[in-house]
Design a protein around this ligand. Structure first.
Ligand code: NAD
Length: 459
C-alpha cells in the first residue's frame, strides 16, 4: 500500500517553522497516515475506528504472528470480527508491520502498549520506554506522538519526551506530544471505541490542537484538559473509582452474608434511588489488565510526594482477599450440605475469563481460585465457551494448556460443586442447576437467568 503522506509533507529543514495549521487541516481532511503501536485489546479496535473514518493506518507490533494474522484479514481477538479486519485490509486502508522504519511514513503515532506491574508491584514502563526508544530514530519534524497506555502522571513528559528529544528535535516546536487515555471496554457493544469521548492533554497548545483534531475525526467528541499530567490523572481516577467502589460492595457482601441479607437485592433496591447512588456489583475478585493494576501506578508516584494512598491500598486489600473468601464459602457449603471437605472434591469452575463475554484471562480471579482450590486438594476442571484453552501467563503457568469441558448434564452431575466465577451469556445455568449437587454463584447469574434452587449458594 502506498503510504506516502502526500504533497503537504512537512519540511525537514530545521530552520523552517512547522506549519501547524496545515498539519491540522491535513488531519481534519483525513488525508494523514496514522500509525498505531501495539495491536492488542486496545490498539486493534482503535485501528478499526481510525481506518473506518477514512485514514490510512499502519499497525506496528513486535509479535510477528499477530501481524501475519491481521494482514491475512483475521482477528485474533474473539469479540473483534474477522470481517472488520479483512475489510480494511482489502480496501488497503490498514496493514500491520513489525518494522519500525515504516514510522517515517506516518503523520501521527498512537501508542497502545502494555503497562503492567513488576513482580514487586511497581509500574513496569519497559514497554512504553522500549516503544519510545524505537520511535526516536525515526521521528521526523511535524509528527504527532500520542501515548494512550494507562500510566502515572508525568510519564509522557518526564519519561517519553527526553527520549524523543535525544536526536535534537524539540517537543512543541519540531514534533508534537500528547497523552490521551484509552477507555476501551472490551465486549461492550453499546460503547465501542468511536462512541466514547476522549480526554486529551497536550505538551503545549499546538500538540493539544493537533491531537484533538485527529481524535475528533473518529470518536464521539474530545475533552481537552490542561496538560498530559491531567489526562494521565483522569484515566487513573476513573479506574480507581471503580476499584474502590467494587471493594466497597465486596465488603458489604461479606457483612450482609453474615446477616443473611442478599447483597444483590440490596443493590437492586438501592439503585432505584434516582440520584446519589450508582450500582457496583460484588464478585470473586478483580480481574483484567486495568482495574487491579492501574491504581498502583498512582500509589507508586504518590510516594515521590510523601503521600500514602490509603483508599487505594485498602480497596486492593479487600479485592485481593475475595478469591480466598469465595473458596472458604465453597468449603463451608460443601461441608454443610454434603459433609465433605475440599480435599478430593471435584469442582467445576464456570468462566475463567476475567469478565463476561470476553476471552481475556489476564489477572482473572478464577485462576487464583483454581490455584487455592488445588492447594487444598480439590480436583478442578472448568467450562468457558470463550476460553477453549487457558493461555500461558506469568502468574499461572501451571494452568497453561488446560482445556474447557463441554457443559452437559453428565459434566454437572459428575462434580461435587460448580463455582460460577464469570457469568458469560449463553451458558445454560438452568442445566447446571438441574444436574449439579451444589452451585456457588459469585455473580448472581442463576437468579438473573430465572433459576432458583436450594442448591444454589450466593457468594
Ligand atoms: N484491555 C483493556 O480493556 C484496556 C482498557 C483501557 C486501557 N487499557 C490500557 O491500554 C494499554 C494496552 O493494553 P491492551 O489490553 O491493549 O494490551 P495487549 O497486551 O492486549 O496489547 C498490547 C500489544 O502491544 C504489543 N507490544 C508490546 N510491546 C510492544 C512494542 N515495544 N512495540 C510494538 N508493540 C508492542 C503486544 O504484542 C500486544 O499486541 C495498557 O496500558 C492498558 O492498561 C487497556
Amino acid at each position: 500500500m502506498p503510504m506516502d503522506s502526500g504533497e503537504q509533507r512537512t519540511s525537514s529543514n530545521p530552520s523552517e517553522r512547522i506549519d501547524i495549521e496545515a498539519l491540522r487541516r491535513r488531519l481534519v481532511a483525513r488525508a494523514a497516515a496514522v500509525g498505531v503501536i501495539g495491536l492488542g485489546y486496545v490498539g486493534l479496535p482503535l485501528v478499526g475506528a481510525i481506518a473506518g473514518a477514512g485514514f490510512r493506518v499502519v499497525g506496528f507490533d513486535i509479535d510477528p504472528v499477530k501481524v501475519a494474522e491481521l494482514n491475512a484479514g483475521r482477528s485474533y481477538i474473539r469479540h473483534i470480527p474477522d470481517a472488520d479486519i479483512a475489510r480494511v485490509v482489502q480496501e488497503r486502508r490498514f496493514r500491520a508491520v513489525t518494522d519500525f522504519a515504516e514510522l517515517a511514513a506516518v503523520d501521527a503515532v498512537l501508542i497502545c502498549v502494555p503497562t503492567p506491574l513488576t513482580r514487586h508491584r511497581e509500574p513496569d514502563l519497559s514497554y512504553v520506554v522500549g516503544t519510545t526508544e524505537a520511535i526516536a530514530p525515526h521521528l521526523r519534524r511535524g509528527q504527532l506522538v500520542v501515548l494512550e497506555s494507562t500510566t502515572y502522571p508525568g510519564t509522557t513528559r518526564e519519561v517519553m519526551r527526553p527520549i524523543l528529544e535525544r536526536g535534537g528535535l524539540r517537543s512543541g516546536v519540531d514534533f508534537f506530544l500528547a497523552y490521551s487515555p484509552e477507555r476501551e471496554d472490551p465486549g461492550n457493544s453499546q460503547y465501542s471505541t468511536t462512541r466514547i469521548p476522549k480526554v486529551v492533554g497536550g505538551d503545549g497548545d499546538a500538540a493539544l490542537a493537533l491531537a484533538t483534531a485527529l481524535y475528533d475525526q473518529f470518536v464521539a467528541g474530545t475533552v481537552p484538559v490542561a496538560s498530559p499530567e491531567t489526562a494521565e490523572a483522569v484515566k487513573l481516577t476513573e479506574n480507581i473509582f471503580r476499584a474502590v467502589n467494587i471493594a466497597l460492595v465486596n465488603e458489604l457482601k461479606t457483612v450482609y452474608e453474615a446477616m443473611g441479607i442478599d447483597v444483590w437485592e440490596v443493590i437492586r433496591a438501592a439503585a432505584t434511588k434516582p440520584f446519589g447512588f450508582m450500582p457496583f456489583y460484588p464478585g470473586p475478585g478483580l480481574g483484567g489488565h486495568c482495574i487491579p493494576i492501574d491504581p498502583f501506578y498512582l500509589t507508586w508516584k504518590a510516594r515521590e510526594y510523601d503521600i500514602s494512598t490509603r483508599f487505594i491500598e485498602l480497596a486492593g486489600e479487600i479485592n485481593t482477599a475475595m478469591p480466598r473468601h469465595i473458596v472458604d464459602r465453597l468449603q463451608a457449603a460443601l461441608d454443610e450440605r454434603t459433609g465433605k471437605g475440599l480435599k478430593g472434591a471435584r469442582v467445576l469452575i464456570l468462566g475463567v475469563a476475567y469478565k463476561k463475554n470476553v476471552d481475556d484471562t489476564r489477572e482473572s480471579p478464577a485462576l487464583r481460585i483454581m490455584e487455592l482450590l488445588e492447594a487444598r486438594g480439590a480436583v478442578v476442571a472448568y467450562h468457558d465457551p470463550f476460553v477453549p484453552e487457558i493461555p500461558r501467563s506469568r502468574e499461572h503457568a501451571e494452568f497453561a494448556g488446560r482445556r474447557s469441558l463441554a457443559l452437559a448434564a453428565e459434566t454437572a452431575r459428575g462434580v461435587d460443586a460448580a463455582l460460577i466465577c464469570t457469568d458469560h451469556d449463553g451458558v445454560d445455568y438452568r442445566l447446571l442447576v438441574q444436574h449439579c449437587p451444589l452451585v456457588i454463584d459469585t455473580r448472581n447469574a442463576c437468579a438473573r437467568a430465572g433459576v432458583a434452587a436450594a442448591t444454589v449458594v450466593k457468594a
